[in-house]
Design a binder for this molecule. Structure first.
Ligand SMILES: NC(=O)c1ccc[n+]([C@@H]2O[C@H](COP(=O)([O-])OP(=O)(O)OC[C@H]3O[C@@H](n4cnc5c(N)ncnc54)[C@H](O)[C@@H]3O)[C@@H](O)[C@H]2O)c1
Length: 270
């Protein structure tokens, strides 16, 4: 379905590792809606990923960039503007990684070097992107920046480990930078807090499968899929949401407002 919601818009989409990635679905839908964009990922991830396939299908160029490197991000914004022929109208930040989660370290006994990496990759990268873009004046008036988050930023989900702290910082950066960029150029900065989703990052969390079922049973609409998250991102990039900024928007089938569901309670019936 195409309504040309993004016709004439230029974007940067991070984080499409494989066809399960939320960013992959966003790229497919942005292409359907008439946008042109560049794709980017960490150089190491691009060797493992299937990005070339996505680039061909969406007629996009791929620019490797480690999102923790200001130098790489500067090149990303510079090259993207050259390739796309003007300032950038939308950016998807779809980046998350915790070495502590990968190494299965418990939250109460974290490796602090890893912790800093988790925060740098998953949260400070948003600040770096916005700061680089602002210094270069790379975003157009009213551009839209969306970063993906998770409800562990507000409530405790023990298995989410140090990613919970990284997401809390990510959401705070969206609010803080959103103020400054809104004042300067009417740029919108929001986070979308997505349901558990079966992706490489999602499946890397300990106990993910069980929790996926729990969240599904708790959500009146069920878990939101990667595809429906992509639909929401498209609306946020479009001109239909010009006055939405500095928000954390739940895209979770109603999970965040549900205290108990009959399906979840029934599991305790004797
Ligand atoms: N899957 C879920 O359950 C879920 C739920 C809520 C929010 N999210 C968030 O959605 C976003 C996308 O994750 P996903 O679920 O699609 O998984 P994914 O594994 O497909 O995407 C994560 C991406 O981050 C990239 N990345 C890691 N380190 C990087 C770096 N240094 N520089 C640039 N890119 C780097 C990876 O290469 C990968 O493409 C993440 O922010 C994640 O936390 C996921």
């Amino acid at each position: 379905m195409s309504n040309n919601l993004l016709k004439g818009k230029r974007g940067i989409i991070t984080g499409a590792l494989n066809s399960a990635s939320i960013a992959w679905k966003v790229a497919e839908k942005a292409h359907q809606q008439g946008a042109i964009f560049t794709l980017t990922n960490a150089p190491v991830a691009m060797r493992m990923g299937e990005m070339k396939e996505l680039a061909a299908a969406t007629k996009s160029e791929v620019i490797p960039a480690d999102a923790t490197s200001v130098e790489d991000l500067t090149t990303l914004f510079q090259k993207s503007q050259e390739i796309l022929g003007g300032k950038i109208d939308f950016v998807l930040h779809s980046i998350g990684m915790s070495p502590n989660v990968r190494k299965n370290l418990p939250y109460t006994d974290l490796n602090y070097e890893y912790f800093q990496k988790s925060v740098d990759i998953s949260a400070l990268s948003l600040h770096k992107m916005l700061s680089v873009a602002m210094k270069m004046d790379a975003l157009s008036e009213g551009a839209s920046v969306v970063a993906l988050s998770y409800i562990a930023a507000q409530k405790t989900f023990p298995f989410y480990n140090d990613m919970a702290d990284a997401k809390a910082i990510l959401e705070s950066i969206a609010r803080s930078f959103g103020y400054h960029y809104g004042k300067k150029k009417k740029v919108r900065v929001n986070t979308i807090s997505q349901s558990p989703t079966k992706t490489t990052a999602g499946n890397g969390i300990k106990g993910f499968t069980e929790f996926y079922g729990f969240a599904d049973a708790m959500s009146p609409l069920g878990n939101a899929t990667a595809e429906s998250c992509a639909d929401f991102c498209i609306v946020m990039f479009s001109d239909l949401t010009k006055m939405v900024t500095m928000q954390n928007l739940f895209h979770d089938g109603g999970y965040s407002s549900t205290g108990a569901s009959t399906e979840a309670i029934e599991k305790f019936a004797s």
